[in-house]
Ligand binder design. Structure first.
Ligand code: SIN
Length: 511
């Protein structure tokens, strides 16, 4: 019998790891412009968190993950992640990833914010993402069960009858479309940084997974939790290059334009406070005109080029020598903790549909992801999804459906307007007034341009942020500064989203 393939959209770490683990099932991998080239993976600087040090344990790693999640991290998922981490690092080593070691052979581990131990396995200082991507793309090219389609993108999912996913709608760079029926469809398209004016993500990451899955009836979990990295390098580049948190782990400090260190005013852990705390502090410094700079002159100095080559190159290209000068920084959208609601196998509850990595939300990161848990989450969930697909997904449900057309894409001026509005109103600090105006703008843009994926995704974030009338983790409401009890997840589908228009809220409030 013809074996229907597993169809995977996205060729970052999540898509590639799932594809490699799906063997011997045939896989069609829609790689985008080039294998791995469009993904955030290659840009990851920190590395992968794993309890590899002698003073560490998976239990401590799980505890730190849960603590960073500000009451919303799923404890079982955190344990699963932490326990699997050392083996995932060894599996990557088997594929040729050369993690940094000390002279005596022990792991060279970085310390990052909110970790109680040094536990980030790194490669070539700050080049973990690219090294991992190189190893995974080489492995994918060397295997025969994966058909790699470069120049092909996902444009949507194919509905199966009333409930389920029967495959992927693909489109190539010349605009040719093809419906690809799938045994299982795996969406690994990354986050939504491209919806924001300032981001560390590739511009094409616009939350398309949220729109595609929601159209099939999936729930979107905790969309309001968007992580802003506190130290994007502020040199007017779009996307903004990152200055890894490992710099602060090595002793770099945050100062204002007069060289005064400001983080001790905000948190006892100063520069190593949780990422959301540092992001808000840097945001306030920038907004007040005091400026924010990462000063690594004393802590790293002349060793900068060898220890942080990527950051060094970005700075030097902008005329900043970080060996002798502080680096101007500002917060930038970095990671989406929310996403398509899934279980720990990346299964979305929509038959045939799996969502892996940043696009999905197992609940492991809660309200605030612990640094260097993102590549790890993609590995662990991708491996589990592949096993589940091998064990449970058959050819049986390849029912035909109506021919499908993609929604129009948003581009040019309207896209720029959306990005500005998202940063202003659904950024580091939010308020009801700003969020209501954002929801209204998205509604007006949808009426004018149609329900583009970017608009659907943006509306989920804005609606989730409006609904959550408290401040928790990365979600900071200036009008609701405290946390409320009980702690609940946001779960929204398209139907609920429709009821979220401000006019509807006002009507319901008046009734
Ligand atoms: C960083 O290197 O600062 C980013 C790491 C992460 O986002 O996990």
């Amino acid at each position: 019998m013809h074996q229907a393939p597993v169809v995977i959209v996205g060729s970052g770490i999540a898509g590639l790891w799932t594809a490699l683990h799906a063997a011997p099932l045939p896989v069609v991998l829609l790689a985008g412009n080039s294998l791995g080239g469009d993904s955030s993976t290659g840009w990851a600087q920190g590395g992968i968190a794993a309890a590899l040090g002698e003073d560490d344990s998976p239990a401590l790693h799980a505890e730190d993950t849960v603590a960073a999640g500000a009451g919303l991290a799923d404890e079982a998922a955190a344990w699963l992640l932490a326990e699997a981490a050392p083996d995932e690092i060894r599996a990557l080593e088997d594929l040729g990833v050369s993690f940094d070691r000390l002279a005596d052979g022990r792991w060279a581990l970085s310390r990052e914010a909110a970790h109680s131990r040094a536990r980030v396995a790194r490669v070539g200082g700050d080049r973990a993402g690219q090294a991992i991507l190189d190893a995974l793309t080489a492995a994918a090219r060397a295997t025969t069960h994966i058909e790699i389609r470069e120049g092909w993108f996902g444009r949507g999912l194919l509905q199966r009858g009333n409930h389920g996913c029967r495959g992927v709608l693909a489109q190539d760079t010349s605009g040719n479309r093809q419906e690809i029926p799938a045994r299982a469809s795996v969406v690994a398209t990354g986050g939504l940084g491209g919806l924001y004016a300032t981001t560390t993500n590739p511009a094409g990451n616009r939350g398309q997974a949220l729109a595609w899955a929601a159209r099939l009836g999936a729930f979107i979990r905790d969309p309001e939790f968007v992580q802003f990295h506190p130290t994007a390098i502020d040199i007017g580049r779009d996307p903004a290059p990152l200055a890894t948190e490992a710099l602060r782990g090595d002793g770099a400090v945050l100062v204002d334009r007069h060289g005064r260190r400001f983080m001790p005013d905000f948190h006892p852990d100063a520069e190593l406070a949780p990422r959301d705390v540092v992001a808000r502090a840097v945001h306030q410094q920038v907004q007040s005109g005091s400026g924010a700079f990462l000063d690594a002159v004393g802590a790293v100095g002349e060793q900068f080029p060898g220890r942080f080559p990527t950051v060094f190159d970005s700075c030097m290209a902008a005329g900043i020598d970080p060996r002798v000068q502080p680096i101007p920084v500002a917060p930038a959208e970095h990671y989406h903790m929310g996403g398509v609601a899934t279980d720990s196998d990346g299964f979305s509850e929509i038959p045939g549909l799996y969502v892996i990595g940043e696009a999905g939300c197992t609940g492991v990161h809660g309200a605030n992801r612990l640094a260097s848990n993102s590549l790890l989450d993609a590995l662990v969930t991708g491996g589990r999804a592949a096993r589940r697909i091998r064990d449970t997904e058959s050819n049986l449900h390849l029912a035909r459906g109506p021919a499908e057309k993609p929604e129009p894409a948003l581009s040019g001026r309207p896209m720029r307007e959306l990005r500005q509005a998202m940063t202003r109103h659904a950024g580091v600090e939010r308020s009801a007034e700003g969020l209501e105006s954002l929801v209204e703008l998205i509604g007006a843009m949808t009426a004018e341009h149609g329900p583009a994926d970017a608009l659907v995704a943006a509306r989920f974030v804005a609606a989730g942020a409006l609904l959550r009338e408290e401040s928790r983790g990365a979600h900071a409401r200036v009008d609701f500064p405290g946390q409320t009890a009980p702690v609940t997840h946001t779960e929204l589908n398209l139907e609920r989203l429709e009821q979220m228009l401000p006019s509807e809220r006002r009507k319901r409030g008046a009734a």
